[in-house]
Design a protein around this ligand. Structure first.
Ligand code: UD2
Length: 295
């Protein structure tokens, strides 16, 4: 198969390239160059908002995995128009480019942020979408564009909603990086881990290699036109997470509590039975193993 991956220089994109390139022809597309030497020959400069830069790279491509996105919740509040341009218009541009070039399937990488504050945990895929940020709103709308495009123009699709994923490839310099990356950086610097609020809020953490594995299953599966959560199904409180980081940290660090984050979601845990049933997917990396690999 020939697969194109947008957002190929990002965290998830880089794991997809590693895995896909073992047995397939792969084209990576990104506005930023890749930082991995092994990917240099695979990653082409292209902007999903500018179809002319993308189309020619989709020649003979069977499936597109569309990861390219503006991923910061906070940026989306500061610049909703920029967020919409990349996440919604960029996705429509990709859908049209796929159609024009005869691509059979798009796997759209959405987010658990489409759910907003859940009314029920674990959250299953039929839970109402009520995003709390423009980021969640643009991803939720893009999901609808993917589905409607698929229904009206005949492109197969799969929508994947990852929960909180992490890996050592997340950019530590990015102020919006997730809590695991932040805690590991604090521990490496010998600084106390700052738990926001009482720390009893929960998240569903999974390693980026597990997200990559599920996305690849979705790309190759006979199952089509489905929306699936991508999580571990286990809730971990931020207090438990901080304690786990303290356990594996080479430096002795303390845990301190600071003010809660404004608008924070209290509990976010995926119901994962649909992914198990349709794709036979279950994450392989435990939180302890994943955490150890971060140091
Ligand atoms: C994640 C995603 C976001 C969106 C959202 C959907 C990341 C980085 N962000 O936001 O893009 O998809 O899910 O709901 O994956 N915390 C601390 N100390 C810190 C940093 C964080 O206590 O130094 C807490 C924070 O208050 C929150 C939890 O850890 O309760 C998780 O924070 P996060 O920024 O990792 O991710 P989240 O779930 O808010």
């Amino acid at each position: 198969m020939k697969i194109a991956v947008t957002g190929a220089s990002g965290q998830l994109g880089s794991y997809l390239l590693d895995e896909l390139s073992r047995k397939n022809e792969v084209v990576g597309l990104d506005i930023r160059p890749t930082q991995y030497a092994a990917h240099k020959a695979m990653v082409q400069r292209a902007d999903v908002r500018k179809p002319k830069t993308v189309t020619s790279w989709l020649k003979d491509v069977d499936a597109v995995i569309h990861c390219a996105a503006q991923v910061s919740v906070e940026n989306s509040i500061k610049d909703p128009m920029g967020d919409l341009d990349t996440n919604l218009r960029g996705t429509l541009c990709m859908l049209e480019a796929c159609k024009e070039m005869g691509v059979r399937r798009m796997v759209y990488i959405s987010t658990a942020a489409v759910y907003g504050d859940p009314i029920k945990v674990p959250i299953d895929e039929s839970h109402p979408k009520r995003p709390k940020s423009f980021y969640g709103a643009s991803k939720a709308s893009a999901e609808d564009y993917v589905r409607v495009f698929s229904e009206t123009k005949g492109l197969e699709h799969m929508i994947i909603r990852p929960f909180n994923f992490y890996s050592h490839r997340a950019d530590p310099a990015n102020p919006y990086s997730g809590v695991i990356t932040r805690f590991v950086n604090m521990a490496v610097a010998g600084k106390p881990l700052t738990v926001e609020g009482d720390g009893e809020q929960t998240r569903d953490f999974l390693h980026a290699t597990d997200v990559s594995a599920m996305v690849i299953k979705a790309a190759f599966s006979n199952v089509k036109n489905e929306t699936l959560n991508c999580g571990s199904g286990k809730g971990t409180s931020i207090n438990q997470l901080a304690e786990a980081v303290v356990r594996v940290s080479p430096k002795k660090v303390k845990i301190v509590h600071i003010a809660p984050r404004l608008g924070d979601i209290r509990h976010s845990v995926a119901e994962v039975s649909k992914a198990k049933e349709l794709l036979d997917f279950a994450p392989q990396v435990s939180l302890d193993e994943g955490m150890a690999s971060m140091f």
